[in-house]
Design a protein. Structure first.
Length: 141
């Protein structure tokens, strides 16, 4: 008798957004590269796949595919903490602090291409005021 092996299939896509402490415009081009590289490294170390990153001087967007073994809170803590630490080590005179809160929204895979484009075009969208309100919430009040 042949035993059929069942495999669990799980696709979890998250859009995560958070802001700098006090919404201060702390993220210039150099810091942006460091922050986004660190986000990719920290997510990969957690077993996640970053699909896109974007943002402005005062906030960051991340679109990520998350395995079932990773909690949203732990992933967000890791990528926020890792990027803040990396900046502080790179330029102690110019530390990067994040607000405590964040917003995470789960997505159906059919929305991933649209949200990816949205995340990658943050600069243009903010300049043209063509924002998706539900994806701009950073969790702050």
């Amino acid at each position: 008798m042949e035993i059929e092996h069942l495999r669990t299939r799980l696709e979890v896509y998250l859009h995560i957004v958070w802001a700098t402490y006090g919404r201060q415009p702390l993220i210039d081009a150099k810091i942006e590269r460091l922050v986004h590289n660190t986000i990719h490294q920290q997510a990969k170390a957690s077993g996640c796949e970053v699909i896109a990153t974007g943002g402005l001087a005062d906030h960051v967007h991340v679109l990520v595919k998350v395995p079932s073994t990773v909690s949203v809170a732990e992933l967000t803590k890791r990528i926020k903490g890792g990027s803040s630490r990396a900046q502080s080590l790179d330029a102690p005179e110019n530390p990067l602090r994040w607000q405590r809160s964040y917003s995470a929204t789960s997505l159906h895979r059919s929305l991933v291409p649209r949200v990816k484009h949205y995340v990658q075009t943050q600069q243009e969208r903010h300049a043209a005021c063509t924002l998706w309100d539900e994806l701009e919430v950073t969790g702050e009040r």
